[in-house]
Design a protein around this ligand. Structure first.
Ligand SMILES: O=C(O)CCC(=O)C(=O)O
Ligand SMILES: [Fe+2]
Length: 261
């Protein structure tokens, strides 16, 4: 089963699948109908009611609700700001995704059920503060990139990870398009010379690489290894493509899986 780099669909997660993804032996894990339709619809209504923020200087534009480590990675002051903003961002997340049966809690429980070590929201020991996790994003198209927290090297707990996954739950999708393409190739520091304006990579970095394509299905929970290059194809139609997401990092020494955005 694990010979081919492909998308594995399953009713639930198990440790073999999780380990295979952390080791980059499979392309993605998809759990259909993880979030019931009613949960997705209610969340989407609350998202529009709350209002969507946009990333500064990102084109194509990407909307979000919540805070991101990647926007606070440039200096130690920003790092402190991230942790100051985290509690408020977390309570907005809980207001949108429920306090009981919270969607992120359900994902963490699912991952914990498949993992012998601890799984939970990341904690910054040096500041004694919790990370934020559970970002809403409106991505109608995303350019080629990879996500690897140890690159930032600002003394975050997440510098200590040895593998990074991303998880996305599709809350609303367009009428067509919007597939996530994941290439079987990890980003390398040396590739930084191929960064195009806007921080995205030139297609050269994935030349000849195998890839999978994940078509977004409402309610589906998808995990993939975010150190691989990935991009989101243009979404068509009136409905915006809205996702709920978090990173998951593995700390090898403690066998901990930490969640953060
Ligand atoms: O929206 C998606 O399918 C993937 C977004 C992304 O870049 C990520 O989760 O790291
Ligand atoms: Fe990404």
């Amino acid at each position: 089963m694990m010979n081919e780099w492909c998308i594995i669909r399953a009713d639930t997660l198990d440790s073999n699948l999780l380990v295979a993804l952390l080791n980059n032996e499979i392309g993605a894990i998809a759990i259909p109908n993880f979030a019931p339709r009613s949960v997705c619809q209610t969340a989407v209504q609350k998202i529009y009611k709350h209002g969507i923020d946009y990333y500064q200087g990102k084109y194509p534009k990407v909307g979000k609700i919540g805070i991101t480590q990647s926007e606070h990675k440039y200096n130690p002051t920003q790092k402190e700001e991230y942790f100051e903003k985290a509690p408020e961002a977390m309570s907005v997340q809980r207001a949108i995704f429920g306090d009981n049966q919270n969607l992120l809690d359900r994902v963490i429980d699912t991952v914990q059920g498949a993992w012998a070590g601890n799984a939970g929201i990341a904690f910054e020991e040096s500041l004694q503060k919790a990370y934020f996790a559970g970002l809403v994003r409106v991505i109608n198209k995303a350019m080629l990139h990879y996500d690897w927290a140890p690159l930032y090297d600002l003394g975050w707990q997440t510098d200590k990870i040895v593998a990074q996954l991303t998880l996305n739950i599709y809350l609303q999708v367009g009428s067509k398009g919007g597939a996530t393409r994941v290439y079987r190739r990890f980003g390398q520091k040396a590739d930084l010379k191929h960064v195009a304006p806007g921080g995205y990579f030139d297609g050269k970095v994935v030349e000849g690489a195998d890839y999978i394509e994940i078509s977004p299905e409402p309610g589906e929970l998808v995990f993939f290894n975010s150190q691989n290059y990935h991009e989101v194809e243009q979404t068509e139609g009136e409905d915006e493509r809205i996702t709920f997401s978090s990173f998951i990092g593995l700390r090898e020494d403690t066998q901990t899986l930490m969640f953060w955005s």
